[in-house]
Write a protein that binds this ligand. Structure first.
Ligand SMILES: [Zn+2]
Length: 375
């Protein structure tokens, strides 16, 4: 999907959050009304969600149920990956089809931090990472990055800049790990990077012009730290090719990993990247799937931002940031709707939905219904 470093940072930056958010309680009725405006038949729509298994995703699911009048089909794998092998059963369960895919990220309104979520049911209501699955995938890469940040030093001697690199980071024969793009760090006329000095566990080289420009006021010696930019390194790792959860999520994020580990909000950027990649992948599987032929279908992808609940709240104050949507009509005509257009299209829909159901009443009806005896 990605071709170059600038390509990657641009694509991540193209997913805008500012002025693109809906409260979930406003997003779902607007989406429902958009479906009706496209000719979907009330009472014959089977919604589906591809969300992470995290309990924080329950509130959006309840709202989908309330506004579409039926519990949504489950298209989701942990981390917000779409189970594309479930298109067939989904298509059989309704006349008109909706799929909502979202990766998620927690948010703490007190500290304004992304990537954490308050777990009110834990003993002390403490915060934990969110999405925890994405955090688990990122942790090995962050460990490698932190080692490199702390074991590459930049030193100025008179007017000469030197860069000292740990020997392990110079070993290009490793099968896994973080690998440096040495031509960006070291000044050299050719691909043989000749060291100025060898030490017991590291080597000194003349620093590249790019490195010099990042440390204009350097007087002595310092770790490279945050100046180890994503353009300066890449990873090698054996990743399972399975489409089930971990391997799939890790494969999705692999190319953007240098940008994620060096981001100020890694779990937010990872959720955005996963949403972008899942939309691009899944819409093709919908187009090709025979089960959806002759049906109306709307597939929408976005980001669920789970604002941690306060003490007196049962649910998070989730916000939805749409990324893109795909619409296919019975006759096979299709359209892809990009973020800005999708946002204004939803914004132009009413957030009032006369077809929404009263969940309490629906449950009461079932409680009072005559019992069906099986034996
Ligand atoms: Zn999750």
């Amino acid at each position: 999907m990605y071709k170059s470093a600038t390509d990657i940072s641009k694509i991540l930056g193209d997913f805008k959050l500012k002025d693109r958010m809906f409260r979930y309680s406003s997003f779902v009725p607007r989406l429902y009304n958009y479906c009706i405006s496209k000719g979907f038949e009330a009472g014959k729509i089977m919604p589906s969600r591809a969300f992470c298994s995290d309990e924080s995703q329950g509130y959006p699911i309840i709202l989908i149920c309330k506004h579409f009048g039926t519990f949504p089909f489950n298209h989701g794998r942990v981390g917000g990956v779409v189970a594309t092998d479930r298109h067939g059963p989904h298509a059989e369960h309704g006349k008109d089809m909706v799929i909502i895919q979202a990766s998620h990220v927690g948010y703490d309104p007190d500290t304004k931090e992304f990537g954490v979520y308050r777990r009110l049911c834990t003993e002390h209501g403490e915060n934990s990472s969110s999405c925890g699955k994405v955090d688990g995938v990122l942790s090995w890469y962050q460990g490698e990055y932190n080692f490199a940040r702390n074991n590459i030093l930049v030193e100025r001697r008179d007017n000469q800049y030197l860069i000292m690199i740990d020997n392990q980071l110079l070993n290009m024969q490793r099968e896994e790990g973080i690998f440096l793009k040495l031509d960006k760090l070291i000044e050299s006329d050719n691909e043989h990077f000749i060291s100025e000095e060898s030490h017991s566990t590291s080597k000194y080289f003349k620093a590249s012009k790019e490195i010099c420009s990042l440390f204009p006021d350097l007087n002595a010696r310092t770790v490279i730290g945050d100046k180890l930019l994503p353009e300066f390194f890449f990873y090698k790792r054996q990743i399972s090719r399975d489409v089930e959860s971990h391997g799939h999520l890790e494969n999705n994020l692999f190319d953007v990993m240098p940008w994620l580990v060096s981001s100020s909000a890694p779990l937010l950027d990872a959720a955005k990247a996963n949403t972008q990649i899942e939309f691009d992948r899944t819409f093709r599987t919908i187009v090709k799937n025979k089960s959806y032929k002759g049906k109306k279908i709307i597939y929408i992808s976005g980001l669920n931002i789970d604002i941690s609940p306060q003490e007196n709240q049962i649910f998070p104050l989730t916000k939805f940031v749409p990324w893109a949507a795909f619409f296919m009509n019975e006759d096979g005509t299709q359209e892809i709707i990009e973020q800005a257009e999708l946002y204004s299209l939803l914004q132009n829909q009413s957030d009032s939905n006369p077809d929404k159901i009263d969940m309490e009443e629906a449950i009461e009806v079932m409680e009072k219904a005559k019992e069906v005896k099986l034996f």
